[in-house]
Design a protein around this ligand. Structure first.
Ligand SMILES: [Zn+2]
Length: 167
């Protein structure tokens, strides 16, 4: 008989850190729009586009606005993107993608969002962006997918397919 119950599970209220990759647990993830998301599963990976030094904004205190999908004139010390990937423990498995869009610019708020994907293919597609008419994966997306591929064979296979089809 086990003494473990649903009520006794430990809920992590902070997003997992790089050293938590491969860990199984329950996380409560804050999102910008709506109630926090509770996910029980394995943390497969994360990446960050954050850079230690400022660039592209000589003479002004902060970089110009932009998102992780643009590369020109962006300062990744002012604003950066952090994706995290989870896979649920309960069947049927699905993947959770938690995206944190950080900013140090006053008056701007950190953007937190969470999406679910029923397959690794869908997970990868959800991170792809169109750049100059071509579907590409931005570098932070490639990194987090590559890391998750080390823990999840479905992601690994889907990523290899993606690379083949977009090469
Ligand atoms: Zn900056």
């Amino acid at each position: 008989m086990t003494t473990e119950t649903g009520l006794m599970r430990k809920i992590n209220t902070r997003p997992p850190a790089p050293e938590d990759v491969g860990r199984t647990g329950t996380w409560e993830l804050q999102v910008s729009d709506g109630a926090p998301v509770l996910i029980e599963g394995t943390f497969l990976g994360m990446s960050s586009s954050r850079r230690p030094s400022h660039e592209n904004h000589d003479g002004s205190p902060y970089g110009t606005d932009g998102t992780w999908t643009t590369t020109n004139q962006r300062c990744s010390a002012c604003r950066w993107f952090e994706p995290r990937i989870f896979v649920t423990t309960a069947e049927p498995h699905f993947f959770g993608l938690y995206k944190m869009g950080w900013t140090i610019v006053p008056e701007e708020t950190v953007r937190l969002s969470y999406v679910e994907a029923g397959s690794a293919f869908e997970l990868i597609e959800s991170m792809a962006i169109r750049r100059q008419g071509k579907l590409v994966l931005p570098i932070p997306a490639r990194r987090v997918i590559a890391q998750a591929a080390g823990y999840d064979s479905e992601i690994r296979d889907a990523y290899l397919d993606w690379r083949r089809s977009t090469a």
